[in-house]
Design a protein around this ligand. Sequence first.
Ligand code: AMP
Length: 405
Amino acid sequence: MTSVTFEALGLAKPLLRALADENYVEPTPIQEKAIPHLLQGRDLLGLAQTGTGKTAAFALPLLQLLSERQDSPKPRTARALILVPTRELGLQIAASFKSYGHHLKLTSTVIMGGVSIGPQAKALSRGVDFLVATPGRLLDHLGQGTVDLGQTSYFVIDEADRMLDMGFIRDVRKLMKVMPRKRQSILFSATMPKEIATLAEDILKDPVHITIPAKTVAVERIDQRVHLVTTGNKPTMLAGLLDQPEFDRVIVFTRTKRSANRVAERLLQGGVPTEAIHGNKSQAARQKALENLRQGKARVLVATDILARGIDVDSISHVINYELPNDPENYVHRIGRTARAGSDGIAISFCDLSERASLRNIERFLGRSLTQVNDPAPSKVVAAVARPPKVQAHRSRRPRSRSAS
Ligand code: AMP
């Protein structure tokens, strides 16, 4: 098997250096397929979800194309616009542009709601190369005249189906009207509902089509198990699992904000360093929670589906679905937080009687049934599922430090 190198895809030296800094050894399939076409100026329609390396697939060629241009952005303009549905994804993409563009002299800024507009207007005043934005706040800036998209000749929509779910499609169409017709456009979506197919037709000209099947990304590499439990046993089950040291960076998903708070409180009371993140938390609190997880200050992050897509925290050891999502696609997005970019991961779902229908839907969606563990007595189940692999036989079974940081 020949493995393609980043160099062979036509990327310039400063980008190759940045990729070496990131320890990326070889392109992921979407990068291999997308980068050469994008470097040639083609439009692209990508059916791929987060975790496939799609950010680098569009960021690297855009960085190269912009770095080759002689002009610089005029005041209040942006040469490239990357439109995203959520603030978290926006921040993550902007951070990727910074890392990959580390050896280039290009500028970027993020525009999103939930924070004050003044500093954003200031950042835009001199003009930027890359503008990463959520649609609502970008429209506010357009209304106030603090940004002008008349010179934006590169346009990316990321997670377009998520935009649709969040009711942003009308905003996207408004934005399209104020951008030049002559531009290079890229649209990524994890799924392709009719509305997105139509939007793609309106935005893209003769696009290259690339599909990275979602199921192979999320499902095949992840060890998935379901615990059939009673509702009342869920807290004990969770505590029992978290007593195992190998559960060292864990995301626990709940269906509601209330439930997220309740689970997080209980874990904190039990001495497990835990953060909670959901729609009622301020932007600053969400970022801090993610940062604490990244830095290992928190061992568990309890989250609602707000986190199920787009968030990139390395080395998540386990995803635990404390409550199953109603929508099977959300299940795939949730478990995709573990096993990122090719590493393996473990996803454990708790399923009580009221959730059996959701489980059936998920299994139908995946096209196979998940390994089930019955839960007559939680302690036995915990012992069975957290059964240490061979290496663990001589590892200490002592629970982690009980001090909450
Ligand atoms: P994305 O799908 O863009 O959110 O990327 C998912 C994760 O894969 C991120 O943590 C990236 O840093 C990582 N990643 C992207 N491309 C590569 C690569 N070629 N080699 C290793 N990791 C990568």
